[in-house]
Design a protein around this ligand. Sequence first.
Ligand code: F6P
Length: 320
Amino acid sequence: MKRLAILTSGGDCSGMNATIRAATRTAIANNVEMIGYRKGFAGLLKNDFIALDTRSVSGTLQRGGTFLQSARSAEFRSEEGRQKALANLLAEKVDGLIVIGGDGSLNGALALERLGFPVIGIPASIDNDIPYTDMALGVDTALNNIIYAVDCIKDTANSHDRAFIVEVMGRNSGYLASIAAIATGAEFAIVPEVILDLDDMCNRLHRRYDEGRTNALIILAEGAGHAQELAERLKNSVGFETRVTVLGHYQRGGAPTVYDRLLGSRFGRKAVELLLCGTKGVMVGMSASNLTTTLLEMVSTGGQKKVNDELLRMADILGI
Ligand code: F6P
């Protein structure tokens, strides 16, 4: 292989730059050229790319987001779009492509693989819902962002005898909400995986208020409902005054944590090494701290990764 390409697709997250940097430097160390398509598959369709070298990835490791930028491309979902992407790769004499992104992007990677082009996928989504990897890029940074914000909110909750509902991201997954609840000592984690018993929650909150506790904290996963609607339902029935904070896109950005810098570096290096050894059509993952490879076919049919039941039980028990 003489020339590889890399792109970031779907929602951005911290750690993507670390991956691009590691992949680029590993390629260069092996005398292989690297190019980066801008704005994901959309850039691939427009043949919009930049040459990457040691200098161009310098200073990116500590930056959130993705300096190659990211996008969701409707055109790439069509058969014609995919054929065009393949033609562009072949015309530029690219020998292998690394796709960094969430489930939709990994499905896109699989589509190119099915057309016979060598592709490696790298899981990146703060939702941590991609199967066959313990962690995806960006999860750890997002959790640290959430925890910082919730600790700040807790100070205000304590100072005013208030209950706070903090809505966190995660699409259909309660992973961020349940881990954040454990790590902030929240009273409740409301997640899409568990049906909420609203009466029980109200009773427990009221008991807490009657005991003279100064605050209550509820972490709500966006996939389990809207914070403002929940606040309306709690109004007048829990004792505490209730306030809402929706953390939104604040969660996804910021300097990557050590964990995400290391994970991105390991994923990026491994992806290039796999391509250079002739491996293709797999996603690099992590299991018990070791790097793994799983066929993109399996990732695509693996469904959304489930939140560990034990963690959900733990969030419930420790919140009492
Ligand atoms: O998949 C990552 C994620 O941040 C989800 O948690 C969230 O629901 C979604 O992306 C938001 O997407 P967008 O940035 O397109 O609004």
